[in-house]
Design a binder for this molecule. Sequence first.
Ligand code: ATP
Ligand code: MG
Length: 396
Amino acid sequence: MKKIIIIKYGELSTKKDNINFFLKALKQNVSNSLGNIKHTISYDFGRMFVDVLEDDINIALDRIKNVFGIHEVIIGYKDANIDIEVIKENVLNLVKDKDFKTFKVLTKRSDKNYPIKSMDVSKMVGGYILKNISNIKVDVHNPELLIEIEIRKDEVLYYFNGIPGLGGYPVGTLGKGLLMLSGGIDSPVAGYLAIKRGVKIEAIYFESPPHTSEAAKNKVIKLARTLAKYNTTVKLHVINFTKIQETILRNIPHEYLITIMRRMMYRISAIIAHNNKCNILINGESIGQVASQTLTSMRVINSVIKMPVIRPVACFDKLEIIDLAKKIGTYEISTLPYEDCCTIFVPDHPVINPSSIKAQEYEELIPYKELIHEAIKGHEVISVGIKEDKEYEDIL
Ligand code: ATP
Ligand code: MG
């Protein structure tokens, strides 16, 4: 018997016509997640198998758990002998040292030509185990140990209680999106949810030195690195926003500062997205959270671009967002105490129901197109993620 990692697909199996495309992507993403761990991957429409050295199997499992498009991941055993007597003996050997009081055997035959029906295989194996191990019994509803047997064409798989995967689609199968990534709690969660649906993300961060610090930027890089666990790598576009913000602050009535500032962010983001083949923008806006996220504000801000904007946390409560941030490992980074470029320019009374016409009139007061052009020309790109870590694998 050979120890092997087994991947079950879940929602992916509903992709009838182009399942091959999705599986190929999943294979690539699993391979990327394994990085420097030596591995071979094979798959069919039912299962994917990852073969690594026995010493690497737990760390490999840990990495694969973060790959989207997986329903369940399990360390199991594969054997080429499909004889029922061998199956009985193999199962007994695998479970005899495990600690359990109740169990159930569940058999699947993907090879329907196998001469014994699934139910009968389960009964025969179950009976054999009961005969050879004392003080245990069968519990079909809530067994402590679920023994699964899969009889395939020329092999049998054995496995026990699997680990749930993250679900979703393999990253990249739905194209690319640009995440507006601030140092807050919401935007990393929004990015995670988009990645989960198969969107590969790049990120954009607006900084305003010296009003924002190097530490604030490092915090965003850290967040990008955490998202890279799910996305493989994150290309982070950093835009120097200082001149635009200072110009807005000097020339525009203060109740419209945030509205205009966000319209500028949207314009720049849409251009960077377009230049990098991203189809959509993604951000962490949540309905009603602050003045710039009322429905009227969203409309006035969104109206300056044609590109679709996806807001994965728009309808989440803050507490729901925080829960998810904790689960995905971004909460602790997001709550580090560094200012970001929005918070330092917050006026006392931001407009709650801005008007598009007024916003346009105010923008005419500044040479915004030139400012945008200049900001984009000077933009910096930082690549973070597994690939980057690979270069330092002897140290990290
Ligand atoms: P918080 O968790 O405190 O709400 P936030 O990042 O959501 O933080 P908001 O002011 O609510 O901050 O901004 C709404 C959205 O706009 C963010 O989720 C993010 O997508 C985008 N955004 C805000 N500031 C920046 C920035 N400096 N760079 C890139 N995107 C930003
Ligand atoms: Mg927010």
